[in-house]
Design a protein around this ligand. Structure first.
Ligand SMILES: [Cu+2]
Length: 470
């Protein structure tokens, strides 16, 4: 890839230039007008005005692409282009995406719909779109070189197929995939059932988002595209906590959450306060006999999962990836563990010589959220987000399920912090602390060593020293 072309492209989008010179207005006139969206806020569900009715989804920090009906065919227009994505307030990244955003807009159709998708390429290199999980004619599958020639720069290609099966899907390029997906090109796709389906529940709220990851050096703005494992930003729909919107529901709502994984590692997605049931994947709805209650579901690379629960516990419930490194934002790697090391006074002296010098806190890393570290401009704070009782000490793939009895049906606005009833919060014990009762050793259970050591060895556990094994 030519670096200069890339930066020119990104700058053009940043200035708000929408039509690239290479796509003439005349050529676009016959196509549905491309709808662009640059706000990172969660948009309200797009209630269908034409076509078969359905209960629309809500895309976290995203939106659904409007369509045009043309003689019974649903027509969409995707524009692949460089975008600037705000990943969290105060932290922006140069990415590639669709229609002004990374990820691109969610596409919602109904089982049996005839769909026509125009894809205009405003990237500095060729692309294609693969419609992950769809049954379609081979020539519409979007693998460049295998199913079609890639879409050249400045050209528009048309994909046509029938959305044959209902479910949770996604789309992404299948041309220079490594670069284009590392730059944020992906989007969600939901095919709603056309009639009542015994395996597909009707729900009150239906949320969706993609898991993605980026490697952006502190102080810079553009993801490194060669990174395979060592990502430093773990995001949902290219947003990081505290930039990820909360999932706001009414008490006793039936809630569905759909998640797709386009990172290069698995993510155990974990919900507090409720049990959910995984009801389907990109393979379709799961048989009832395959459904078990869970509070964490592991989503492997390239997989999609949809899970459902009854929101019957009021409160602010954490909802996050359970890999602890994935709820952290960009940090320097190879930071030595300083837990237990008294280095008072040392950091200040070192920072006089090396202003960027920092060490992991000697009491753990919780101090980092509040520590006044000199960070380069456009760097995501490492752990942040302040709750009603202090710093949440999370970043990355973290959000909150807010369940309220007075949330209005169809209202997705943030209701603020939960007011816990008096006497229902963990509290400090101020009475006397009894001496701990220690267990007596009952018996030597382990096998005797052939050669007993001469003396004991004590080791220090090293905490994060790198992110090589995500
Ligand atoms: Cu994760």
């Amino acid at each position: 890839m030519n670096r200069r072309n890339f930066f020119n492209g990104a700058a053009a989008t940043a200035m708000g230039a929408v039509a690239a010179a290479s796509v003439s207005r005349v050529a676009l006139a016959a196509l549905p007008e491309p709808v662009l969206q640059t706000s990172p806020a969660t948009m309200p569900p797009l209630v269908p005005g034409t076509g078969r009715p359905y209960n629309p989804v809500v895309t976290l920090n995203g939106w659904t692409l409007p369509w045009r009906m043309n003689q019974g065919v649903k027509e969409f227009h995707l524009v692949a282009e460089p975008v600037v994505r705000e990943m969290a307030p105060g932290f922006k990244a140069n990415m590639w995406g669709y229609n002004g955003q990374s990820p691109g807009p969610t596409i919602e159709v109904v089982e049996g719909d005839r769909v026509r998708l125009f894809v205009t390429n405003k990237l500095p290199e060729h692309t294609s779109v693969h419609w992950h999980g769809q049954r379609l004619p081979n020539g519409m599958d979007g693998v460049s070189g295998l199913n079609q020639a890639p879409i050249p720069v400045g050209k528009t290609f048309v994909y046509e197929f029938v959305a044959r099966r209902p479910g949770t899907f996604m789309y992404h390029p299948h041309a220079d995939e490594m670069t284009q997906m590392a730059m944020g090109m992906m989007g969600f796709w939901v095919t709603h059932p056309k009639a009542k389906n015994p395996l597909i529940a009707e729900v009150d709220r239906d949320f969706c988002f993609l898991l993605n990851a980026y490697d952006i050096d502190p102080g810079s703005m553009t993801p490194k595209t060669m990174t395979m494992l060592d990502f430093n930003l773990w995001s949902w729909n290219s947003r990081i906590f505290p930039g990820i919107d909360t999932l706001n529901v009414r008490k006793m709502d039936k809630v569905r959450i759909r998640v797709g994984n386009l990172t290069m590692t698995n993510h155990p997605i974990h919900l507090h306060g409720h049990e959910f049931v995984v009801t389907g994947s990109d393979g379709g709805p799961w048989p009832l006999t395959a459904r078990v209650p869970e509070i964490t579901t592991d989503i492997a690379v390239g997989q999609m999962r949809q899970f459902e629960f009854l929101a019957d516990e009021e409160g602010d419930w954490a909802f996050h990836c359970h890999k602890s490194h994935h709820t952290m934002n960009a940090m320097g790697h190879n930071v030595p563990t300083m837990i237990g090391v008294d280095h008072r006074g040392l950091v200040g002296k070192l920072q006089k010589a090396m202003p960027d010098y920092m060490v992991m806190g000697e009491r753990g890393m919780a101090d980092m959220g509040e520590m006044e570290m000199p960070l380069p401009d456009n760097t995501a704070p490492m752990m942040t987000g302040t709750g009603p009782y202090g710093g949440v000490e999370m970043g990355g793939m973290f959000s909150i399920l807010k369940v309220r009895k007075d949330q209005k049906p169809g209202d997705y606005k943030d209701p603020g912090w939960y007011r816990q009833p008096p006497g229902t919060r963990a509290f400090e014990w101020t009475g006397a602390l009894p001496e701990p009762a220690r267990f007596q050793v009952e018996g030597k259970g382990s096998m005797p060593l052939a050669q007993p050591p001469h003396h004991d060895t004590q080791v220090q556990v090293r905490k994060p020293t790198g992110h090589m094994n995500h």
